[in-house]
Design a protein around this ligand. Sequence first.
Ligand code: UDP
Ligand code: MG
Length: 309
Amino acid sequence: MPTVISIVIPIYNEQECITELWKRIYALNNLPTQYRYEYIFVDDGSTDNSLEMLKGLANTHTEIKIISFSRNFGHDIAVVAGCDYATGDVIVLMDGDLQDPPELIPEMLRLYEQGYDVVYAKRRSRQGESFFKIKGAQLFYWFINRISSIKIPENTSNFRLMSRKVLDEMNRLKEQDPNIRTMVTWIGFRQKALEFDRKPRFAGKTKYSPIKMLKLASDGIVSITNKPLHFSTLFGAIFLLISIVCIVSAFVLKTDNQIYAIVCGVLSAMFFIGAIHLFAIGIFAEYISRIHNNTRGRPRYIISEKINI
Ligand code: UDP
Ligand code: MG
């Protein structure tokens, strides 16, 4: 029996990429291997021609399976849906814009054969990405690795191979705001990095606005550690100390009567303390919104159509 590889690809308005993507992933069949491939495309509520193009391909290739969402649910949810329906012994997650080169998959499989349960692609370089994105990602990894007890590998995306063992564990994590890379790291087993140069998108535009990136970062942090919840206590203690020092010094140092300076000082102190309060409340809100999401018990996605499944 050949080993079945499920390739899971989320698609959101990628009509310019689909033909080239299919050409390059289908070319894997030309390599002399003992593998059989299954392709699971998750159409995350595309509003362009992506779904029709995928259906056209699925007509002639029954190994292409399509899950189509009722609306846009988000990148990681689309990956989760693909994983729910993957039947392979090995699962490969990759993006649909060819930033994740399919040609890396044989190398991932080679490492899998050596006994690794997760092979994650790690960007040696990243091209065609904005300054905000690159710096934002650096800051994210710096921060998360300072506060999390589990080390999250830097410069990774969802592009990775997982054994069936890891996938079965991942499918048990029923988070409403899933963050694939922190979840897979948390699961453990033998994990190995595989370096590659990340190219720009083949075509089209990024689907990640700065706001969506902040949500991704916040999902990553909140899903892996509770430490930010304690920040507010720490800040509270530090600011109590500062305010005591201020009061004491006001009595001890008898300064000239400079009303203007005092008003400014008081105002800035008020705003500063206010900001700290809002920041602390914000951290609580991040966790509480996820508790809220998880207690609602809603399904994570709604499928409008399944093809070849
Ligand atoms: N994607 C998705 N749903 C979304 C946003 C993105 O399914 O709401 C898909 C998108 O089509 C692509 C992958 O997720 O296949 C990664 O998105 P993108 O390339 O825009 O992210 P970036 O590489 O810019 O981080
Ligand atoms: Mg991309």
